[in-house]
Design a binder for this molecule. Structure first.
Ligand code: WTA
Length: 659
């Protein structure tokens, strides 16, 4: 079939689940997993209803689990009421967790601050009472534009406690991005900071908010609440701007959580689509919380003794589900950090794991690949220089993790003792969907393995028909699940079109290409929009990139298609080497070596026609390679789009030169 994506990479390594985890994990053993899968299949509503009753505190219990009367606008637990912040904070008061450390925060300069669950609760309540006094209430929307900080988590919970829907914007996005979101959500409140610290440098935040508001259309904004992070100078609009500490000052440390309907929009988080304006992904309260809580319990095997660390920014979905909500609902102690993984040096992650005795570590393939490169160049910051023996689980999210990067992570960071949890999910799915379970799943490097119980993931063709194992196709989810996206804020038509195209039988379309192997394991091949078409063969970006990354010289690679007269599309590869940038003849030679390598690993069809070297690749702030921009660069065209959401815009120039 013309739409089928060919799978070309062969990966045979398998690592069985560690016996100790099979005995002790929260889902202990394959039989336990299969029993949950069977329960969910036999009665999805029975399964989800049971879990929602057992795990969440309801102020009004639900009587209906799922309302499917108006697909794809599903309602979960639709007549129940609860408060998500209550379920993350108040639930621990009066239990041994009350005085347990909730967050260990390490600032850019290494300063450490800690809060217990009780202290976090008090801070949230004082600030919430302050906002209440200013007239903020259920149904309002707030933009949060803060650095990584305890205050960011506090701000999110303050909103949620009062029933205010939040939309977090990455600290560092441009005023234009803030403006777009302010207008789209109709925010009446902005919570920001004077500045943030990254790699030893202060970067202003408030001026971008001031500028965004001055662009017009944000008349709904009544206040800008400012967290004093550095004390740097700020412009002040009297009456509108307030210091966060002043808002909270003198307020009571108790603020009853406002019960909201299960479907009340907890937050709106924008994801940049490949075309058009960013989509405001709208999530629910109860269904989202249930999955945030359960996936931390299941995939991260949450235990009271854990010190958990997810390195994501709160401006990303990972920082929502796996920092602000899931770990707190489970009463975990977690580490949070401000700054970058390479400052003061590229050993920062390893040093922090050692210092705080982290047991569960969750990061992104981009960090793993760049730290592999750094630690090969500077032996002092190699993970083996640190005591990482506290680790028991290590996870990955955001992009496919290439088998070689997986092996490095497994060996050098996990000491071959810790399962690598390659968690596949999306902003839209709310939480993990396809992931290994520590006490269950034999691991294969590069595969996100099997769906979680209750998640009916499948690979289908363009008519929604099942594709046999070994063949690529569209990754879909056949049945609704509680944490799924509820809408694109203010644009239900786009929601239906983007995620539930009529030809796919009502399935949720993830937009990723994938295949299942003979064991039913899922292998993500890349975004469908990025698929390469060489002489009529459709190839996923992931496999060609993984072949390149498996070459000893290569740290990172991205491939895109460029129109070609003979082959329809030619593959252009952007490569970051583990060593310095090669020049002249040397570059030509290395490029030839890599071309031959890919031909040998995959086949001549996948041989890149053009190879470009750079010190880095263009990435979003969450670490995803921007292939869309690379396609423009590959064609030799000028990038004219707004690149403010890029981590490192300057790199585009370097990559515009062919070898
Ligand atoms: C990709 C991040 C392969 C995928 C939570 C998905 C992955 C998109 C993985 C969602 C993984 C994420 N293996 N690909 N383990 N995790 N992706 O919305 O293309 O930032 O559709 O959510 O990232 O990215 P998002």
């Amino acid at each position: 079939m013309s739409t089928q994506i060919k799978s070309v990479l062969v990966e045979n390594r398998v690592f069985p689940a560690f016996p100790e985890l099979v005995k002790t994990a929260n889902i202990a053993g394959m039989e336990a997993y299969k029993a949950l899968v069977a329960e969910a299949q036999a009665s999805p509503e029975g399964f989800w209803g049971r879990l929602a009753k057992e795990n969440l505190n309801w102020t009004t219990p639900f009587t209906q689990v799922l309302d499917e009367s108006n697909p794809p606008f599903y309602k979960w637990f639709g007549d129940g009421e609860l408060n998500v912040s209550e379920n993350c904070l108040d639930r621990h008061l009066g239990t041994p967790t009350e005085h347990k450390t909730a967050i260990i925060f390490e600032a850019d300069n290494g300063d450490v601050t800690q809060v217990t669950y009780r202290e976090l609760y008090n801070r949230v309540c004082e600030f919430a009472n302050g906002l209440k006094a200013l007239g903020y209430k259920k149904g309002d929307r707030a933009i949060i534009y803060l650095p990584m900080s305890i205050e960011a988590v506090v701000a999110m919970h303050v909103c949620v406690r009062l029933g205010i829907t939040h939309s977090v914007v990455f600290g560092g996005f441009s005023s234009k991005s803030i403006h777009e979101r302010l207008v789209d959500v109709g925010a009446s409140l902005v919570i920001t900071a004077d500045e943030q610290m990254r790699g030893g440098k202060a970067i202003t935040l408030k001026p971008a908010v001031d500028e965004a508001i001055s662009m017009g259309g944000c008349e709904a904004v009544r206040h800008v609440v400012v967290y004093k992070r550095t004390g740097g100078a700020v412009n002040w609009t009297e009456g509108r701007d307030l210091w966060m500490h002043d808002v909270a000052k003198g307020q009571s440390a108790d603020c009853p959580a406002v019960p909201v309907n299960a479907e009340h929009p907890l937050f709106i988080l924008y994801t940049s689509g490949s075309t058009g304006k960013p989509k405001g992904v709208q999530h629910s309260s109860a269904g989202y919380l249930l999955w945030a809580m359960l996936t931390v319990k299941w995939a991260f095997d949450a235990k009271p003794s854990d010190v958990y660390w997810c390195t994501a920014d709160v401006g990303w979905i990972t920082g929502h589900t796996y920092i602000a909500y899931g770990p707190l609902a489970n009463g975990l102690t977690q580490v949070m950090f401000e700054g970058v993984p390479t400052y003061p040096n590229a050993g920062r992650f390893w040093e922090m794991i050692q210092r705080h005795k982290v047991t569960v570590f969750y990061t992104a393939p981009t960090a793993i690949r760049s730290l592999t490169k750094a630690s090969e160049a500077q032996p002092d910051v190699h993970p083996r220089k640190y005591d990482l023996s506290s680790l028991r689980l290590i996870g990955s999210v955001g992009e496919p993790i290439n088998p070689e990067a997986w092996m490095w992570y497994f060996k050098e960071v996990g000491g071959e003792r810790c399962p690598v949890l390659d968690t596949w999910w999306q902003t839209e799915t709310g939480g993990h969907m396809i992931t290994p379970l520590p006490g269950v799943t034999p691991l294969k490097p590069g595969s996100c393995t099997l769906p979680l119980p209750g998640i009916e993931a499948a690979i289908v063709d363009e008519a929604g028909g099942d594709v046999e194992n070994g063949m690529g196709g569209f990754l879909v989810v056949k049945r609704p699940w509680p944490a799924m996206i509820r809408n694109i804020w203010g644009d239900p038509e786009r929601f239906k079109k983007s995620y539930f195209p009529p030809e796919l039988k009502g399935y949720y379309l993830a937009g990723d290409g994938a295949q299942r192997d003979a064991d039913g394991y899922f292998w993500i091949m890349g975004r469908v929009d990025d698929v390469l078409n060489v002489s009529g063969h459709r190839l996923g970006t992931m496999e060609v990139e993984s072949a390149l990354v498996s070459h000893p010289l290569v740290a990172e690679a991205a491939v895109v298609g460029r129109p070609d007269d003979t082959t329809g599309e030619a593959i252009v590869a952007f490569v970051v080497l583990k060593r310095d940038l090669p020049e002249g003849d040397e570059a030509v030679q290395v490029a030839k070596q890599l071309r031959d390598w890919v031909a040998k690993e995959i086949g001549p069809i996948a041989k890149p026609k053009d190879i470009r070297f750079g010190e880095n690749l263009p990435k979003t702030r969450s670490g995803k390679i921007m292939r869309r921009l690379l396609r423009i660069v590959a064609k030799g065209e000028e990038v004219t789009q707004d690149v403010s959401t890029l981590e490192n815009p300057a790199i585009l120039t370097q990559l515009s030169k062919s070898v």
